[in-house]
Design a protein around this ligand. Sequence first.
Ligand SMILES: Cc1cc2nc3c(=O)[nH]c(=O)nc-3n(C[C@H](O)[C@H](O)[C@H](O)COP(=O)(O)OP(=O)(O)OC[C@H]3O[C@@H](n4cnc5c(N)ncnc54)[C@H](O)[C@@H]3O)c2cc1C
Length: 477
Amino acid sequence: MNKVHKVGIIGGGVSGVVTALELSKYGIDNVLFEQENSVVNGPPFCHLHAGGNLYPDISDEQCRILMKQSIEMARLFPQSIDERPTFISIPKTQKYSVENIQSRLDMLVDYYKSLIAEDALNEILGEPDQYYKTYSEEDLKELSGKSSVQNPSTPDQWLINAINLIDYKKLKTPIIIVQEYGWNMFRLTAQAQLALNKAENCDLKINTKVLDIKDLRDQDLDYNWEIHTEKEIYKVKYLVNSCGFKTGEIDDSLHINSERLIEFKAAYVSKWQPIEGLIPELIFHGERGTPGGMVQLTPYSGDYYQIHGMTKEITLFKDGLIHSNENEAQPKFNEDINQKLFQGWEKVDVISRTENAIHSVSHFVPSFKTATVGGPPLFGAQQIPGDDETLRVGEVSFPHESYARSEIVKASSALTVANQIIDKIQEENIVSIIENRTNKNALLDAISKDEIDELAAELTIERGYPKAMSRLIIERE
Ligand SMILES: Cc1cc2nc3c(=O)[nH]c(=O)nc-3n(C[C@H](O)[C@H](O)[C@H](O)COP(=O)(O)OP(=O)(O)OC[C@H]3O[C@@H](n4cnc5c(N)ncnc54)[C@H](O)[C@@H]3O)c2cc1C
């Protein structure tokens, strides 16, 4: 009880752990509380949104931010990045226009070039002029039927492997191959956990739920907050709320009114027969929440595939997206969703929703109908600050002195949030000015691939998923 920590972070999701690791690398002592038995165990992620191309409706500015933040995170966690591209298509039945997506891609190529001009090491999505490639109907006719390539390396080879499986007559042309990569959550978790174990300045408290917070800012003490857990009380100068979809609970306990949405979603794990050659992630765009909502097939190692389908029968849920109200900052899910979030899924729901997901893919990839349930769903609830449900870049806010509230919408925003918090604690004189700020993190860099392979496999099995999902489809050195 006697020690005063400079920073107390509640919530060990990707935002909390990146903040803890960034503070630690500058020697700023912090205590990180996670109620579960391992970090980054909440809502999943599988896609590095380096350009926002899964969202035809978002602004160019959000696309640029997602690209920049994704590159920064990929540089921190290279062993979790699966360097396979994404196949983007629009079914003929859908309203979106390929031309709009294409003009945005041109803007992104220029932006990517400017990021590389700032720092050559930002070139992690391949050469900028190869960031995307389009394929007309003629191109598709010419390429389809060519032999699949076991380990594709060019956009044409990735396209051939995909188009040999897809009923492309259902799709508008051109079709796009873009360098948006996969992001393996199990591997990021392993690297973060190993780095936290070695971080002398971070006191990591897993299995430790924060029950209450006392605001002592007006008491002229050498600390501002007391963080109460079941066994102990911790004193901290600066408080970071990175509780994910539970961020509103802390706001409520501090009587801070704030507006947010929270959303429960799930993706499904399927197993397919071995196919000839690796395929890119497949996107068939569609209007969210309608029966033709976007279908996303994400390849994993070992013939496992993760599926999202943006309909209420697959990824989305009835009453799955809810708002805070003027009396409560924390929205509350209904019984059915709470059951899935906290108690587990009924087997019948796992089977029926995974089968719906497989069916939605087989509409475009007919041979995928032989896929079967490959594991439990990857699910969770996430936060969206404010009331705009289309927002894809959420960051951090500072509602009061000595208090930061992180509300990221995509995992890629975690480093930006950490940097903004570090700016703020300098401004508030919690720490003195740090010279030579850098995005490099020696604690993360010190973790080897072998260590990540081993812990990622352990965590994946412990969480009930096939061990193969802890590997990248394209192994990195
Ligand atoms: C189905 C689905 C698919 C997604 N796919 C992608 C994707 O492909 N790419 C992408 O970038 N993003 C994706 N996202 C979004 C991404 O998962 C989230 O943006 C990100 O995980 C949020 O991280 P966080 O650290 O803010 O919150 P969380 O990961 O929710 O972390 C909050 C942590 O706080 C802990 N906590 C809460 N209250 C307390 C307390 N009182 N005491 C102690 N601990 C507490 C929780 O246990 C949790 O571990 C997806 C989300 C979903 C639901």
